[in-house]
Design a protein around this ligand. Structure first.
Ligand SMILES: [Zn+2]
Ligand SMILES: [Zn+2]
Length: 654
């Protein structure tokens, strides 16, 4: 409180009396700096020295690394950063501020509701209350929030003592508990209208600065996540700068729900996850068809690109994991077991096994580049709370490969991998963008090694002519890397392929090769994956295609629908022929109407639906329609099979 009064007096002195103007040095986002009056708020500084537009979009700011409210007088200069929705921290401020507004609305409507906590989360925010609510109440709360937004209540920050805070929150048992746990004697509280909350901030300048929001769901949540504590009501919400963006997001959520791979996986009979194997998916016969097609394609392309496929064991001894560094750095994600009283671990990565294989014999530069691939099954411990369909699992296959080479080969090898990945993603109809991550603060290797490695990756990227982002300092500690982020049909991005240069493992495993000079040298090694985790990639494909797989991947490509029983015999002849041609075909001879059967086939996303009646039997034809309800009409069976062959051969996407 004292500080605010002091600030006001000082501001008054500075502005009105023009008495001993004290200056502070502010460095602006563009790198320039200026001496500005002490006590100006960030908002004032932004308006005066940067621009009205940014001031309008600003949600909070940072000076040096400290986040502050736009309306807080600045006392100490530093590097200024204005946070907007475009920044992750800006999003957090907007989301968290909206949670205050939601809590204020709940307290207006339900004065007896007790407050829990209200943080920003990955895609929105929530607030926990001790209050009874139904889904229908959310609308009422939203309406109240809109009123609070209209009132443009400033978010006022105050510092109070612990004693004062306990007094302010005396009727809030959960808040009281939290205040008591705080070690600091000073507590910051924020007030908007009648609502008071304690938190570190920052928040937007006033409630009118919130964009368009929606309360999305209610859920039960134990206080502090502990089931021995009372269960509170959690309200989730989302917020965006504009209504347009909110609507687009809601539409995306709706689409994403329709495409949910767990739901489609069940409808199409592809995979399942059972309580007996949390995070360990079961693949059904139809799921295995897609799986095997993905692997077949992988093997064909890797053979063309001169890779050797190997297989290393799943269980390996502790000494190996100590040598690789996993024992030290990755142990929490690993599974262990004892065999004959010796400690072993289930592999979380294929690399150490790959290194052992390399060491099996003496290598010469003449073999380089040596490309060794493995579809390895790895296990990683994930907390049960984060498991999600095929996206977050505990056992998965990685399409790893290690490439051993001399440092002169880096550029060409990396370029080769980029081209290979590009070929794969084009086939699946996936757009992507590239990122090059450079040396982080903590790293091993010499400056010279890093320079050569980074230059190799960069030269390869430059020679593709593709755009890429540079992520300064975001490389692995053992080397720079290139990441591919694919974009699915809903515009969501997924990091899948990666090319990583590794200076650590060849060192740790003392890998060598014989150079032209007859001496031993350390090879350069890269790890790379194209699919990444195959299970996850399949999950992404299911959602990307919404279950409508291209013909070459489709578990059921064709279904025959005899109109009456007398057509079934001819249908079976057609099926025989198609099966001989290695096509995946089924028959629906249930006593249902043709319309109903067509609808069911469409739900299963079967590419071609063939209706067979008297005319087709007589003409030795089939009547073809697609799952998109496009009528292709009557076709000779042989002609149709030929067309299918073409479509499969070219891996066409329709
Ligand atoms: Zn807050
Ligand atoms: Zn590896």
């Amino acid at each position: 409180m004292c500080r605010i009064v002091f600030n006001t007096i000082q501001k008054h002195l500075n502005n009105v009396c023009n008495f001993s103007r004290i200056k502070m040095k502010i460095t602006f986002p563009d790198g320039s700096s200026k001496e500005v009056e002490k006590g100006m708020t960030v908002l004032e500084i932004c308006k005066k020295y940067i621009g009205e537009a940014l001031a309008r979009n600003a949600v909070a700011a940072k000076i040096d690394d400290e986040s502050i409210d736009l309306t807080k007088p600045v006392q100490k200069g530093g590097k200024l950063q204005i946070l907007t929705w475009k920044d992750d921290e800006g999003k957090e401020v907007m989301r968290h501020s909206t949670s205050h507004i939601m809590a204020a609305a709940v307290k207006r409507l339900y004065p007896d509701a007790k407050l829990g906590i209200g943080p920003a989360i990955e895609d929105g925010f929530y607030y926990d209350f001790e209050v009874q609510l139904k889904e229908e109440d959310l609308e009422k709360i939203e309406a109240e929030m809109k009123r609070i937004v209209k009132e443009k209540q400033p978010f006022e920050r105050k510092e109070v003592s612990k004693q004062e805070a306990l007094k302010i929150f005396k009727s809030e048992p959960f808040k009281t508990e939290l205040i008591k746990e705080i070690e600091d004697e000073k507590i910051t509280i924020y007030k908007n209208g009648d609502f008071v909350d304690f938190c570190k901030g920052p928040h937007v300048a006033n409630t009118g600065k919130i964009g368009a929001f929606k309360l999305t769901k209610l859920a039960g949540a134990y206080w502090k996540g502990d089931s021995s504590n009372p269960q509170l009501t959690r309200i989730y919400g989302i917020v965006f700068p504009t209504k347009h963006e909110l609507d687009a997001h809601l539409h995306m959520l709706e689409e994403a729900e329709k495409r949910n791979h767990i739901k489609i996986g069940k409808e199409m009979d592809l995979f399942s996850i059972h309580p007996e194997g949390p995070g360990f998916p079961f693949f059904h016969a139809k799921g295995m068809i897609i799986w095997n097609e993905l692997l077949k394609f992988w093997r064909e392309e890797h053979k063309k690109a001169v890779y050797h496929e190997v297989k290393t064991p799943i269980i390996l001894s502790k000494s190996l994991w100590q040598c690789s560094g996993h024992w030290e750095n990755f142990r929490e994600n690993m599974y262990f077991l004892k065999i004959d009283n010796q400690e072993f671990a289930v592999k979380p990565m294929n690399c150490p096994g790959g290194m052992l294989l390399y060491k099996e014999k003496i290598h010469s530069y003449k073999e380089f580049p040596l490309r060794v691939g493995e579809i390895g099954l790895v296990h990683r411990h994930e907390l049960s709370g984060v498991l999600s369909g095929l996206f977050r699992i505990r056992a998965f296959h990685q399409d790893d490969a290690h490439i051993f080479m001399t440092k002169e080969m880096i550029k060409d090898e990396v370029l080769g991998v980029i081209n290979l990945v590009d070929k794969f993603y084009k086939i699946f109809g996936l757009d992507y963008h590239l990122e090059l991550s450079t040396r982080p603060e903590k790293s091993i290797g010499t400056d010279e090694q890093w320079e050569a490695a980074t230059k190799g990756l960069k030269d390869a990227l430059d020679s593709t002519g593709k755009e890429y982002q540079i992520k300064e300092g975001e490389g692995a500690f053992y080397g720079p890397k290139i990441d591919f982020h694919i974009k699915d049909a809903l515009g969501r991005t997924w990091q899948c392929a990666t090319i990583q240069l590794d200076m650590a493992l060849p060192e740790r495993f003392n890998l060598t090769y014989e150079g032209k000079d007859g001496k031993k040298h350390r090879p350069v090694m890269i790890h790379r994956v194209v699919y990444g985790a195959l299970e996850r990639f399949l999950g992404i494909l299911i959602e990307h295609y919404a279950g409508k797989f291209p013909l070459w991947l489709s578990p059921v490509q064709i279904i025959l629908l005899p109109i009456a029983d007398r057509h079934a015999k001819y249908c079976r002849e057609v099926i025989e022929k198609m099966k001989k041609a290695d096509l995946r075909v089924e028959i629906d001879d249930r006593a249902e109407t043709t319309n109903k059967k067509v609808r069911d086939a469409e739900v299963k996303h079967i590419n071609y639906i063939l209706v067979v009646g008297d005319k087709e039997v007589k003409n030795k034809t089939v009547n073809v329609r697609t799952r998109e309800n496009e009528i292709l009409g009557e076709k000779k069976v042989d002609t149709f099979i030929k067309e299918l062959f073409e479509e499969i051969k070219d891996k066409k996407i329709k």
